[in-house]
Unconditional design. Structure first.
Length: 729
């Protein structure tokens, strides 16, 4: 009777549940709402211990209410009604699924790692056989870092779904499944005895799938207001996309408060990985990858080339500068993130996809890191340690698909993910006399797919080391966010920022009334938080929901002013690269600028890309180019991702070193010997200094010049006053 009263109060509010019963023969019932309306003693324990009996009673009550309201419609009770319980918050860990839970209702959270094909399954055999759609999925438990079992393989759980739940998830989805634990006989021949098969395997007969699964930290953040949401909201959440995250009324109010912040860009950048001091522009680049650009809707009837909207970021630098920490923070704040380490022996299949044989002659696909990160981010640490698997990333990073052709199966999987990678240079220290490709021993085809390449170098600096040490000590002392910068620190950063700002950004003035900061100040200075700033950092769970909200609802478009700024900068690069040693600047750089500008507008929850967004993106890209090759090369219009020579410009010290090494290679080839005496090197040096073009940027101290070539591994000392050219093949 209590169940009937509950449905009498629910069904008159909306006819959506009645339509679901008629079309699918299933009804989703919120457990919290049911328990609050039904005053039955011990109902919660009965629901856990005897779920099938409770489901039968609830189904009977629902059918009676529907039959009473729609007596003329016989379809409501023509089929058996399936009850699916949602909102069951008692999460069970994979290690706790044992024999004592057989027949009980549980809720397990994990990542889908395998999904079989859909097959017909006979539910009942009688005068008329009833068949339903059936599918088997395998999920891998997903727990917070502090609850992981150290030294143990993550547990996997087999699940069976039927009817309208089939094809609801794909490998890579993070879900919560609510169902009844059951046992099935194992097919393993080792478990067979004289009396038959005595080994059983546990699986979950799924009753409800929630694709908008949230972590335990986010559960702690959400307060009791979440219970005010209606059942219709819960129905809609089930059909959400891969990035769908439960947003309560409180979350929407918090997102609105974030949007009203006048210094929103500065607030978000400083809220991301606050334990790492500085590197504001690097953090901004990572956030651009997390927010992503506007995704173009694919048209099946159109022959247009697919343009990716997810930026890729590469961080190269000396050890101990926080690269891994920023990657870990990116995975935690991303609505959907995967973290892998190249030094742990990851294979090509672990990155892309694996074709495995299932039961019988069926094959199943097991998703790798890139497929699991679809519509999210894939963070790869120790990127330089996995050189043998770099070719597997080429298709996924540009075409955003993973093609497989094995065992007669030809298919392509989506890999719409932003790759955020961190790498250490060879030798442990970045050599500015070499390119990014030479420092990482990585081909230019892969590097050209990164929109931003940041170089972090550990240069001794007394003032900066003092500020950094204060920040680290404050973190260990328990101060949230560490120590804030002082006016003196701000002046030091400002001086450095002004050193690398190129003329293309320096000459642009912004008159946008929405911008509260001074347009003449460099972006790194405007993003840096000082003691005078009264900004409250965004909590990580809320920042994660803010990113998910903007990715789903905000789709910025380029304005005419922003397009003109980006086009002028691109044309300037095209014009300045004309030196014979320059690397061509292609439309790939222009597409990168557009993606980053759209990500900047999405970060501030705007539907249009402004001129200020374009200028900020140009400044970040200019900083990236400067770090890779120096200011002179930036003004020469080079592309660090595609460069395969020490520098691409014709000016500066690096260009002179390149020309000198090229001349040594020519002489070595003519003499068929890579050994040079000190006197031979001096004669070649003097001839080039007095020749056309000279050696700009090189001082008259020849011994220091030879020592520089030796330190940069261009020359190898082979005895007293004898050197070998290492680049001669």
């Amino acid at each position: 009777m209590a169940f009937s009263d509950y449905f009498d109060s629910v069904f008159p509010q909306t006819m959506k549940s009645v339509r679901i019963i008629k079309s699918r023969g299933a009804l989703v019932v919120n457990v919290r709402s049911l328990l609050s309306h039904c005053a039955i003693e011990g109902l919660q324990n009965l629901l856990v211990d005897q779920p099938e009996a409770i489901m039968g009673c609830v189904a009977l009550a629902a059918l009676q209410v529907v039959e009473g309201q729609r007596a003329e419609d016989a379809k409501a009770n023509s089929k058996k009604l399936t009850i699916r319980f949602s909102g069951f918050d008692r999460i069970t860990h994979g290690k706790d699924l044992k024999a004592n839970l057989i027949g009980k209702l549980v809720c397990v959270r994990g990542t889908v790692v395998r999904a079989s094909g859909v097959k017909p399954f006979a539910r009942g055999v009688g005068y008329e056989t009833e068949t339903v759609d059936w599918q088997s999925i395998r999920i891998q438990q997903k727990l917070p870092d502090d609850k992981l079992d150290a030294g143990r393989v993550p547990r996997t759980i087999e699940c069976e779904v039927t009817k309208e739940l089939v094809d609801k998830v794909v490998p890579g989805d993070v879900i919560e499944v609510t169902g009844i634990v059951k046992a099935i006989q194992s097919d393993d021949s080792k478990s067979r005895t004289k009396t038959g098969n005595t080994m059983f395997l546990l699986y979950i007969d799924v009753s409800y799938i929630n694709k908008a699964a949230i972590s335990q930290d986010e559960r702690d953040y959400v307060d009791s207001d979440e219970g005010d949401d209606s059942d219709d909201d819960n129905h809609d959440r089930q059909g959400g996309g891969k990035e769908s995250i439960q947003l309560t009324r409180k979350d929407l109010y918090a997102i609105e408060d974030i949007h009203t912040e006048p210094q929103l860009f500065k607030l978000i950048v400083n809220s991301f990985c606050p334990t790492i001091y500085g590197h504001e522009l690097v953090k901004a680049g990572i956030l651009f990858a997390l927010f992503g650009g506007r995704r173009r809707q694919e048209n099946a009837t159109s022959s247009r080339t697919t343009i990716r909207s997810d930026p890729h970021v590469l961080i190269v630098g000396d050890p101990g500068l926080g690269k891994s920490q920023m990657l870990s923070a990116a995975v935690k704040v991303a609505p959907r993130g995967v973290y892998v380490c190249g030094s742990s022996g990851i294979s090509t299949s672990g990155l892309t996809v694996t074709l495995v044989r299932g039961s019988g002659a069926d094959f199943a696909l097991e998703a790798g890191a890139l497929a699991l990160g679809d519509q999210g981010c894939c963070c790869i640490d120790e990127f330089d340690k996995m050189s043998t698997d770099h070719n597997a990333l080429l298709e996924a990073m540009e075409q955003q698909t993973i093609s497989i052709a094995k065992a007669g199966i030809l298919c392509s999987l989506r890999a719409r993910t932003s790759v955020i990678a961190a790498a250490n240079p060879i030798g442990g220290h970045y050599d500015m006399g070499k390119t990014v490709s030479e420092n990482l021993k990585m081909n230019g085809a892969l590097l050209s797919r990164f929109d931003l390449i940041f170089i972090l170098m550990d240069k001794p600096d007394c003032e900066m080391d003092q500020f950094l040490s204060k920040h680290v000590m404050a973190l260990h002392a328990g101060q949230r966010g560490g120590a804030r910068g002082s006016e003196r620190a701000e002046s030091v950063f400002s001086q450095r920022s002004n050193d690398w700002r190129g003329s293309s950004v320096e000459d642009c003035n912004d008159d946008d009334e929405q911008v509260k900061d001074e347009p003449g100040r460099p972006l790194s200075e405007r993003l840096r938080m000082t003691n005078q700033d009264n900004l409250e950092l965004i909590p990580l769970p809320l920042l994660r929901k803010y990113i998910a909200y903007t990715r789903k609802y905000v789709h910025p478009r380029l304005s005419s002013e922003a397009a003109a700024v980006l086009q002028d900068f691109y044309m300037a690069l095209r014009t300045r690269h004309r030196s014979p040693d320059g690397t061509p600047v292609t439309t790939r750089q222009l597409e990168s600028l557009i993606r980053l500008a759209e990500a900047k507008a999405r970060m501030e929850c705007r539907e249009h890309v402004t001129r200020r967004d374009a200028l900020d993106v140009i400044e970040v890209m200019t900083y990236s180019l400067y770090d890779a090759h120096g200011l002179d090369d930036i003004r020469g219009g080079i592309d660090p991702a595609q460069s395969t020579s020490p520098v691409s410009g014709s000016r500066g010290k690096s260009a002179s070193i390149k020309r000198f090494v090229a001349e040594l290679q020519r002489v070595a080839m003519a003499n068929a010997s890579s050994i040079f005496s000190y006197q031979q090197l001096y004669e070649i040096f003097q001839a080039m200094r007095s020749g056309p073009g000279g050696l700009p940027g090189i001082r008259d101290d020849f011994s220091s010049f030879v020592e520089t070539l030796n330190n940069h591994n261009f020359l190898l000392k082979k005895g007293p006053r004898a050197y070998q050219l290492t680049t001669f093949m």
